[in-house]
Ligand binder design. Structure first.
Ligand SMILES: Cc1cc2nc3c(=O)[nH]c(=O)nc-3n(C[C@H](O)[C@H](O)[C@H](O)COP(=O)(O)O)c2cc1C
Length: 230
């Protein structure tokens, strides 16, 4: 599979098989992740690989609990019956045999400059690039991933579980595993769905999750083309 194809075929996989992932494949995928750009080549990342079955199960449970309480509950204020419905999507998530925990680790003294918040933003951009490479490489090798940002809302239990030192910051976690689902259809989403979600129609979450905005809504040639309101 070519990189371009892997990029467009990638989607957030929730249903996994328990079949273990070879360490050799994991290494290849992490080589792709660590090839990402970073400002002044600072490489502000650490990758914690969790492939011990009991520990992987604990990470899966932690992610789903955090999703229910912090994302669906506190952030999106989703009504309880709908949370129950959304959680059924994660039924086969507990099979995931491996997780990669992506952490920010500042290796330079840039943190002491006046621009420390910009440096943090740059680090997050670099970690995003690393995660994108990781997900593309995994797709190319036939493995599923899904970016979980929810650990940033509730990092302590995972920090404890993995014995992480306080100087590293958990930015994202992805499962890594074999899966049966075929890539989802990517219907174009309407801007309307985003507006309704933004203005408080929480049930629009399901529609929001379905597809991607059409390029005409997000691409501008040479100048902003939406007018001032959009
Ligand atoms: C920064 C970031 C944080 C995310 N956090 C979560 C999360 O906490 N839980 C989850 O189930 N999915 C999470 N996702 C996955 C998105 O929901 C998913 O990428 C999105 O619905 C688009 O679907 P796709 O990945 O299939 O293209 C996150 C994605 C990103 C980029």
């Amino acid at each position: 599979m070519e990189a371009l194809e892997a990029i467009t075929r990638r989607y957030g996989v929730l249903c996994y098989k328990s079949k273990p992932v070879d360490r050799e494949l994991i290494t290849k995928i992490l080589q792709a992740a660590a090839a990402a750009p970073s400002p002044a080549n600072t490489q502000p990342w650490e990758f914690i690989v969790v492939d011990q079955p009991d520990l992987a199960r604990s990470v899966a449970e932690y992610l789903v609990d955090t999703q229910a309480k912090y994302v669906f509950g506190q952030l999106l204020q989703t009504p309880e019956p709908f949370i129950e419905h959304l959680l059924t999507l994660y039924n086969e998530f507990y099979n995931a045999p491996c997780f990669i925990v992506l952490c920010r680790h500042q290796r330079t003294t840039l943190k002491d400059s006046d621009y420390s918040s910009i440096v943090r933003d740059w680090d997050l951009c670099s970690l995003g690039a690393a995660m994108a490479n990781l997900m593309t490489a995994a797709t190319e090798l036939g493995l599923g991933t899904r970016w979980f940002g929810n650990p940033m809302m509730n990092p302590e239990p995972l920090m404890d579980m993995l014995n992480l030192p306080g100087r590293v910051e958990i930015i994202a976690v992805t499962p890594l595993g074999h899966h049966e689902e075929t890539p989802k259809d990517r219907p174009n989403q309407s801007i309307q769905v985003h507006r309704e979600f933004q203005t408080g129609d929480k049930y629009k979450l399901a529609a929001l999750l379905k597809g991607k905005l059409s390029l005409k809504n997000v691409v501008h040639f040479n100048a902003w083309q939406h007018g001032s309101g959009a």
